[in-house]
Design a protein around this ligand. Structure first.
Ligand SMILES: C[S@@+](CC[C@H](N)C(=O)[O-])C[C@H]1O[C@@H](n2cnc3c(N)ncnc32)[C@H](O)[C@@H]1O
Length: 437
């Protein structure tokens, strides 16, 4: 594809994202490329990169383009956003104009009005001291008091780290190979990666390499999983022969890692309320050679949980949450999240925790995890849980997982952030239920 055709692709993709305001952008993008199979891997990456750069800079781009108050939000089209983004990454206006040339597969020429808006950006940087903090750091205004309370002086550095591009991490499936073997295979297949600093099974790839096309991915030797997510499985510390419940299993990201630490021995039940997500697990489990997992679709009025009270050695609640910790990956989620969502999620998380608490056997373990940065979904949720559920307490130091690095073993609760650990943002709390007397 020519550079102009790639630009046209990015504009079309952003239009598709804008036309589906309630769908995650990555789901829209998957669909977009599935319908355009003629777009090759390199072109796909170039198109996504520009579209994601725009999503990551959404508030700042709008701030600049709205500076002239004659223009309304409706005037700020994906075309204009892409042109402005190209300007801010250093392309001169003349070469941007040359891309909008109206030829076959290229975007239509920039209108006079669009040119006026772009000319107004000359000499400006994308971030400006004149922007409010939420605009400059790309988060919704209403989130300010939550972030101030959670981060205090660290707010700016934490939120700035959340604006960057995420790393691409792999988890080696020890059921099939050691990390050293996987690293050697990766190298042979032309990929470059290094062992992760915190996860004992992780490999961090350099840049964005098309790893799903690699033979060792198709053979189930590696799985794409952020290092932070791997550390949740490390905190669960499930051993062979256990009876484990992954209560919000989704498409089995954590389940796969748990089956690995259990060496495929014992039993894992993977539950979720979403049939689509649970169905998505089937292929991944097969590819990874995991055969100790049964799945259960939870439904309204289901007696399943009632019948299994006190039966599991360990229950993991990887709770539905705001996903604020994954905003590097899903920058569009910043635009959709509302304060109402947070309140509803907190109620849901507490209800799920109370159900899960009954499923743990006396003396067993309950692990609560989110990919949220917000205290109300994390520490505060656990404080309230421990007040409601007297049989539960935080896991004492001597019982904490040896799979975790020293730095994360000091507390029964820990938070990971892109700024602090170079991972996505996660929270984990490990608790135990009092043994029966
Ligand atoms: C953070 S995601 C889980 C991700 C998954 N564990 C993984 O590692 O790939 C949260 C999951 O909770 C599920 N969920 C939402 N409400 C639930 C409920 N009431 N009970 C159980 N699962 C629920 C969602 O469908 C979603 O798959």
């Amino acid at each position: 594809m020519t550079p102009a055709a790639r630009l046209s692709g990015a504009i079309d993709l952003l239009c598709a994202i804008q036309n589906a305001p309630h769908r995650p952008a990555d789901a829209v993008a998957n669909n977009f490329f599935r319908e355009r199979r003629y777009i090759g891997g390199g072109d796909r990456r170039a198109i996504s990169t520009l579209a994601w750069d725009v999503l990551r800079a959404w508030r700042r781009l709008h701030w600049h383009l709205r500076a002239d108050l004659r223009y309304r939000d409706e005037d700020i089209s994906p075309r204009l956003l892409c042109a402005a983004m190209l300007h801010f990454v250093g392309q001169p206006l003349s070469s941007i104009q040359a891309l909008f040339n109206g030829e076959r597969y290229a975007p239509a020429p920039l209108s006079d009005r669009e040119m006026v808006m772009l000319e107004a950006l000359e000499g400006q940087e994308i971030s400006s001291e004149k922007q409010s903090l939420p605009v400059r750091l790309e988060y919704p205004d209403w989130l300010q008091p939550y972030l101030e309370e959670d981060f205090g002086d660290r707010l700016e550095e934490e939120m700035r780290a959340l604006m960057g591009a995420p790393s691409l991490d792999l988890r080696v499936n020890l059921l099939k190979a050691t990390r050293e073997e996987a690293l050697r295979r990766l190298k042979r297949e032309g990929f470059h990666g290094e062992p992760t600093a915190l996860s004992p099974w992780g490999i961090r790839l350099e840049g964005r390499q098309p790893v799903t096309a690699a033979a060792l991915f198709r053979e189930g030797i590696v799985e794409i999983q952020d290092e932070g997510s791997q550390l949740i499985a490390a905190a669960v510390d499930a051993g062979p022969g256990q009876r484990l419940l992954d209560y919000c299993a989704g498409a089995a990201g954590k389940t796969l890692a748990l089956a690995m630490t259990m060496e495929n021995k014992g039993q894992i039940v993977a539950c979720d309320v979403s049939r689509v997500r649970l169905d998505g697990a089937t292929k991944r489990l097969r590819r990874a050679g995991v055969h100790n997992v049964t799945r259960h679709l939870l439904s309204e009025g289901d007696k399943w949980a009632k019948r299994r009270e006190g039966q599991f050695d360990t229950v993991l609640v990887d709770a539905p949450c705001s996903g604020t910790g994954t905003w590097r990956r899903n920058p569009d989620a910043r635009l959709r999240l509302t304060e109402e969502d947070i309140k509803e999620l907190c109620v849901k998380q507490a209800a799920i925790l109370d159900i899960a608490a009954r499923l743990v056997r006396p003396g067993g373990k309950l692990v609560y995890a989110t990919c949220s940065l917000l205290g109300v979904e994390n520490q505060k949720q656990i404080e309230a849980f421990l007040k409601r559920q007297e049989k539960y307490s935080l896991l004492p130091a001597e019982k904490r997982s040896a799979l975790l690095p020293e730095a994360l073993r000091n507390e029964a609760l820990f938070s990971l952030t892109p700024h602090g650990f170079g991972t996505d943002g996660f929270f984990v709390a490990t608790m135990e239920k009092a043994a029966a007397v």
